[in-house]
Every structure is written in structure tokens, then in C-alpha cells.
Design a binder for this molecule. Structure first.
Ligand code: ADP
Ligand code: MG
Length: 700
């Protein structure tokens, strides 16, 4: 029969539809099978029963057990979402996004519909959203508009052991809410934690433990300390790649810059080795990585190749990558450090704790036996590393959180129910700073300005800058500058082999010594004028991704500014007005030139330097900077502590402005005396070295 050899279009369509259905069915089956193999699965019924019986439950299960992706789904399947949303907090934005994407995929829905996420400056949820993943900071902000979390039926505070500042504050808030909302279920979950301590804090809530499955991990230490851990990490990865059987590698680094540098070094080492060595797939993962690239780390490694994941400590517990057999651990992480005495806050590369190091090693033994190579000696592990990481609340500036708590009507901060209270000195300093910024009055009550500042998901100093921009009629420009500084240091692209071209291109933006803030403004305005062109970014050695993010942030800031009725005005040429607005928020961060070309911070004398990337660095003659061309007074955005204390993102200011802008913080006499003191360090206020400050700011 000739017709059997042919087909009609209808027959064709039907066949295709059947094939699609079969593929979808096998996809659904594969997902279901995968879910049923996770360690939490056998405990599903028991867990649901425990949630039903108790309002608050502490859940402890090994990383990768399925806490984050499965527990909210179980609760949804059991009907909890009928009464309200199921929320789940994550300390890190990448984790919130990635986990939400995974759960949307498992549930077969579009991300942003039934399953969504909310992170600062990005809301990917809708009216349909029933499972909502969010950063702990975003949930804290939600309290401002919904103080009883009325739209939620379940709230899961995940990764509780991380003890981030926001998570710690949430503990106090949700514990309080649970008392007058008996219908709200509260889950506190974590990989490893001092479960008894958490249980006790939450009025002896029961602990639900899921036994872990772990394979043995052999741990190796270096014989002698490593001088350059990036270099040592590159060596270690290359050795693994050449000598060890197949299995993926996970390297822990401290941030985007290190990750990019190491990626480049590995690529160089692999170049031209295509025939001798098997393929190496390098996958970076850090907070600002665009979401398209985040998914790459989860793609299965093709046979014969090896995946090398370069991660920040996000991969310590927040994200689980299957197939890791080797861990390379230099033993460092970036931590914020705060000295309440001087008000100095900085990011410091710090040795991790033993608990962290052990979590990291554990990542190698999830699916089979593994190896962990530590780039430090057994002696330093034993004698120099702390047992546990100090909770962030005890080592950070609390300005932001205090402003938020005040806006929530919590006045008595000294008696707030903190799991581990912050040092009283830090709280006082935060109150004092908010008073100096004008957000609190002398009774410690929120002012109108403070209320408006709390609307912005920004540090109080940046929020104040935005509000001050109205007075100086430069709100357009300040919105841009605030968006650009919020993106971080990743705006300027500086490939090693083209550093000279890049530096030249970048210098154009800071022409005339206008300073770094104005340079950031010039970059944004240049990009906007080009019609937001990608080509323009290439030509100027600017990271287009960072610019797109800056544009998103700017749009949101402008929206919020309209909400608090700030008129959008602007004059891009009014340099002084723009810098005065910045100084209005950042008068804490001012420094004065010293004779040797370094700077001395004004209120609490400390020696600081212009960051090498700063556009105000003068040309050098015979290796020496021309000190006479350095600005005498500067305001800086942030302090970075590495070999020295560096001010990053700096602009010149006039000392007279400080008196005008912050009269209750600076008086004229003091500043004039300061002028004289520029030449020698005043008696009794010995300028402290970066190291002293780091030690003082660190852990007692
Ligand atoms: P836990 O929260 O207990 O650490 P998770 O729920 O995050 O565990 O992870 C459970 C499993 O889901 C792990 O095997 C992990 O590899 C997998 N998984 C999580 N996110 C993704 C993703 N985006 N892509 C692929 N697999 C994922
Ligand atoms: Mg998790």
C-alpha cells in the first residue's frame, strides 16, 4: 500500500505531538526520580507531620540533602500554599535566584509565576507566586510594608548557620511574630548548626535531623605556607587535571577579581594543550555573575572533560554542585570588619574558620570519595584558625539595620531579642551615626528624613546622599552615581594584555581631576548618550554587564525617589553641587592629605591611601608620586584593607563644606586645627596603621 510510505501533514503533526509528550513525560519522570533520591525524601511524611504538630521547627540536614529545593515543595504539595505564600530566605542573592530557577524547573512552571525570587533591585515574582525565595535582606524590607507577614503561611529561614546580619535580625522578628500569628509555620534550617542553641532561642522548638550521606574525603595540607595562594591554587588544579582520575574540581576564592584572575591564568596554562590534556571547562560563580552564566555550573560534565568551578564561599553550603571530587581550599574569605571605636568599616581577606574549612572539604565527598587540598599547613589549621566564624552582627556596622528597626517601631534596641547581641559600642555608634546623618533626633526617634531614608534599600550614607541631592538640585546625577557605586568595582574592564589601552580609555572619564564619583557619572552618561550601546562599552573598556545592572538599579532608585517625592533635577556641570551632595552622606568618610602623600582620616586618625585604581593618583616621576598635585581633602566611598588601608572611589572636597553640611559633627575650629595638623600627626592621636585597625576591628 503506497500510502504507508507517505504521511499527511495531520499525521506528521500528531506523531510529533506524541513524541513531545513522551519526551516531556520522561523528563517529568526523570525529575521525579531525581527528587526521590535526595536524602530528605524518605523523611517527607515525618517532616510534614512535625510541621503540622509544631509551629516552629529546626531542620538540620547535610548540604545537598534537599532542604532548600524540596522542603518548600513538600509543604506546597501538602496544601500549605492554599493559606498563603511559602517563603524561603537565603543569605546570598545568587543562591536565591539559582534555587528558585531549579524549583520552577522541577515544578514545570515558568520562573516568576508560581515560583519566584526577590533580591535587592530585582523582583522576579507575580500575583501567582506561591513559593518565594528571597534574600534575608529582602524579607527584612518586607517587614516595612507587611509587619505581620500576613501574606505568608510558612516562612523558612534557611542557611541559618551562616548567621548573616540580616538572618540574625530576622530571628528576632519572626520569633516575635510567631507569638501573635499561631497560624504561621516557622522553619529554621541549616546544614550544620549548633541545633540546641537555636532550639533554645526559639523557646525549645523541636529539632528535626535528617541523617547525612557522606563519603570519606582525604585531606592534604601544604608542607610550608604558600606565599601566593592564587598561584598555588593554579598549580594544584593543573596537577589534579594531569594526574588525578576524572571528577570535577571546586576552588574556593574570595571574590570576583580573584576568580577572574585565576580563570585567566588557567586558560593561559591550557592554551595549546588541547591535544595533550583532556578538556578543562572553567566555570566561575560569584554574586554578580549574570544569571545566564550561573546555570552553566550545573551542566553535567561531558565524558572525558573536567569541570573546574571557581567559586566564592557561596559554594560552601548555599549551592550544591554534583560531581565535585576535588576541593582546592586556599583557606580565605572576604569578611567585613568594623571597628566601633573609629567607625571604620572595611572588607578584609580573612582566614576562614575550622568549621568553614570542614564544610569546604565536605563538598568533595557528596557523590563518591574525594580529596581536599588545603593550601595552608596543618599547623596553621590547628593553631591559627578560629573554631567558628564570628556572627556578622558582631563585626559589622549596624547603621542600616538600626534604621530599619527604628522604622519598624522597635525603639529599645539594647533589649531587642538578639540570639547573640552586637557589642553595645557598635549599637551606640550606629545611633550616633544616624543622628549625625539627621535620621534620628536627639531622643533617638526617627525623623522625617530618617523615614524617607529607610525607603531606600541602601546604606544610610548613600540614602542620605540621595536625599541631599534634592537640596543641591542634582538628583539626576546623584541617582546615577549611587547606582554606579552600588554595582561595585566591576565597571572598568582592564584585561592584563591591554592594560595600557584600558587605562588610557578610563583616564578620559576623569579628565581634569574631577574625581572618581564624577568619572562614574561620565561613564554612565557617555553610555546613555551612545544609546546604551554595547560597542561603546567595548571601545571604552567598560563592562557592559555592570552597566546594564547600573541602569536597572538607577531605574529602581528613580522610582523610589519619586515615591518619597524627590524632584528629579540636574545640572551635570555643577561639580561642587554634586560633590556637596556626596559629602552630605559621606562626611564620615573624609580624609586629609599628609606630608608623605598618604591620608589621615579626619575624626578618628588613621592612615589611609588612595587605591591604585583611583583617578586622583598623580603622575609619578622617578617612581615617586607628585605629592603637590594630590587633593588636600577627600571624601571616599569605601575602605579596602589589603596590604594597606585603601580608599576606593574618591573625590576632592572643601573642608568648609563639612561645616556647612554637618554642623553638629564638625566644627570650624577643629577643621582648622586639622589643617595645621596635616603636617604632623597630633599628639595623643597616633595615626594607626592599617594592621592595627584590622586587629582592633577584628574579633576579641
Ligand atoms: P540543601 O538545601 O539541603 O543543601 P538543595 O535543595 O539545595 O540542598 O539541593 C538538592 C539537590 O538539588 C542537590 O543535589 C543539588 O545539586 C540539586 N540542585 C540544586 N540547584 C540546582 C540547579 N540549579 N541545577 C541542578 N541541580 C540543582
Ligand atoms: Mg540549601
Amino acid at each position: 500500500n503506497i500510502e504507508e510510505l507517505f504521511e499527511t501533514p495531520e499525521q506528521r503533526r500528531k506523531k510529533e505531538a506524541e513524541a513531545r509528550a513522551a519526551a516531556a513525560k520522561s523528563e517529568r519522570e526523570k525529575i521525579a526520580l531525581g527528587r526521590s533520591q535526595l536524602p530528605v525524601y524518605p523523611y517527607r511524611e515525618q517532616l510534614l507531620k512535625a510541621v503540622e504538630e509544631h509551629q516552629i521547627l529546626i531542620i538540620v540536614a547535610e548540604t545537598g540533602a534537599g532542604k532548600t529545593t524540596q522542603v518548600p515543595q513538600y509543604l506546597h504539595e501538602a496544601g500549605y500554599s492554599a493559606a498563603g505564600k511559602i517563603g524561603c530566605t537565603q543569605p546570598r542573592r545568587v543562591a536565591a535566584m539559582s534555587v528558585a530557577a531549579r524549583v520552577a524547573y522541577e515544578m514545570g512552571v515558568k520562573l516568576g509565576n508560581e515560583v519566584g525570587y526577590s533580591i535587592r533591585f530585582e523582583d522576579c515574582t507575580s500575583d501567582k507566586t506561591i513559593l518565594k525565595y528571597m534574600t534575608d535582606g529582602m524579607l527584612l524590607r518586607e517587614f516595612l510594608s507587611e509587619p505581620d507577614l500576613a501574606s505568608y503561611s510558612v516562612m523558612m529561614i534557611d542557611e541559618a548557620h551562616e548567621r548573616t546580619l540580616h538572618t540574625d535580625v530576622l530571628f528576632g522578628l519572626v520569633k516575635d511574630i510567631a507569638r501573635f500569628r499561631p497560624d504561621l509555620k516557622l522553619l529554621i534550617s541549616s546544614a550544620t548548626l549548633d541545633a540546641e542553641k537555636f532550639s533554645e532561642y526559639f523557646d525549645y522548638a523541636p529539632i528535626f535531623k535528617v541523617p547525612g550521606r557522606r563519603y570519606p574525603v582525604d585531606i592534604y595540607f601544604t608542607k610550608a605556607p604558600e606565599a601566593d595562594y592564587i598561584d598555588a591554587a593554579v598549580q594544584a588544579v593543573m596537577r589534579i587535571h594531569v594526574l588525578e582520575p576524572e571528577g570535577d574540581v571546586l576552588v574556593f576564592l574570595t571574590g570576583q577579581e580573584e576568580i577572574e584572575a585565576m580563570e585567566e591564568l588557567l586558560r593561559q596554562r591550557m592554551r595549546g594543550k588541547g591535544t595533550q590534556l583532556s578538556e578543562m571547562i572553567i566555570c566561575p560563580i560569584y554574586a554578580n555573575l549574570p544569571s545566564e552564566l550561573q546555570a552553566k555550573i550545573f551542566e553535567p560534565t561531558p565524558p572525558g572533560a573536567r569541570k573546574v568551578v571557581l567559586a566564592t564561599n557561596i559554594a560552601e553550603t548555599s549551592l550544591t554542585i554534583d560531581g565535585i571530587k576535588y576541593v582546592v581550599d586556599p583557606g580565605f574569605a572576604k569578611q567585613n570588619s568594623y571597628n566601633p571605636r573609629t567607625g571604620m568599616e572595611s572588607l578584609v581577606v580573612t582566614p576562614v574558620s575550622k568549621a568553614s574549612a570542614n564544610q569546604r572539604a565536605g563538598r568533595a565527598g557528596r557523590t563518591s570519595a574525594g580529596k581536599c587540598f588545603r593550601l595552608y599547613t596543618a599547623h596553621s589549621y590547628e593553631n591559627e584558625m578560629e573554631d567558628n566564624t564570628v556572627p556578622e552582627i558582631q563585626r559589622t556596622n549596624l547603621g542600616n539595620v538600626v534604621l530599619m528597626l527604628k522604622s519598624l517601631g522597635i525603639h529599645d534596641l539594647m533589649n531587642f531579642d538578639f540570639m547573640d547581641p552586637p557589642p553595645a559600642e557598635t549599637l551606640l555608634r550606629a545611633l550616633e551615626q544616624l543622628y549625625a546623618l539627621g535620621s534620628l533626633n536627639d531622643k533617638g526617634e526617627l525623623t522625617k528624613l530618617g523615614r524617607r531614608m529607610a525607603e531606600f534599600p541602601l546604606d544610610p550614607m548613600l540614602a542620605k546622599t540621595l536625599l541631599a541631592s534634592e537640596t543641591f538640585k542634582v538628583s539626576e546625577q546623584i541617582a546615577t552615581i549611587c547606582a554606579m557605586v552600588s554595582v561595585g568595582s566591576s565597571v572598568f574592564y582592564r584585561p592584563k594584555d591591554k592594560a595600557v589601552y584600558a587605562d588610557n580609555a578610563h583616564r578620559n572619564f576623569a579628565r581634569g581631576g574631577v574625581g572618581d564619583h564624577m568619572a562614574l557619572l561620565a561613564v554612565y552618561d557617555g553610555w546613555a548618550e551612545s544609546g546604551f550601546s554595547t560597542q561603546w562599552c567595548f571601545e571604552n573598556y567598560i563592562q557592559v554587564r555592570s552597566m546594564k545592572r547600573a541602569r536597572d538599579i538607577r531605574d529602581q532608585l528613580v522610582g523610589l525617589m519619586e515615591r518619597v517625592e524627590i524632584e528629579m533635577l540636574g545640572d551635570p556641570s555643577d561639580l561642587d553641587a554634586i560633590k556637596k551632595a556626596i559629602a552630605s552622606g559621606f562626611f564620615y568618610h573624609t580624609a586629609q592629605l599628609r606630608k608623605d602623600g598618604s591620608y589621615r582620616t579626619v575624626k578618628h586618625p588613621m592612615m589611609v591611601n588612595l587605591h591604585p585604581s583611583c583617578s586622583l593618583n598623580p603622575p609619578r616621576r622617578e617612581g615617586q608620586p607628585l605629592i603637590q598635585s594630590l587633593p588636600r581633602w577627600v571624601v571616599y566611598h569605601e575602605l579596602v584593607l589589603t596590604s594597606k588601608a585603601f580608599m576606593r572611589t574618591v573625590s576632592e572636597i572643601q573642608p568648609a563644606w563639612l561645616v556647612e553640611i554637618a554642623p553638629h559633627y564638625y566644627d570650624r575650629k577643629e577643621l582648622l586645627e586639622g589643617e595645621g595638623a596635616a603636617k604632623k600627626v597630633p599628639k595623643g592621636a597616633k595615626a594607626r596603621t592599617a594592621l592595627d585597625a584590622a586587629v582592633a576591628a577584628g574579633v576579641d
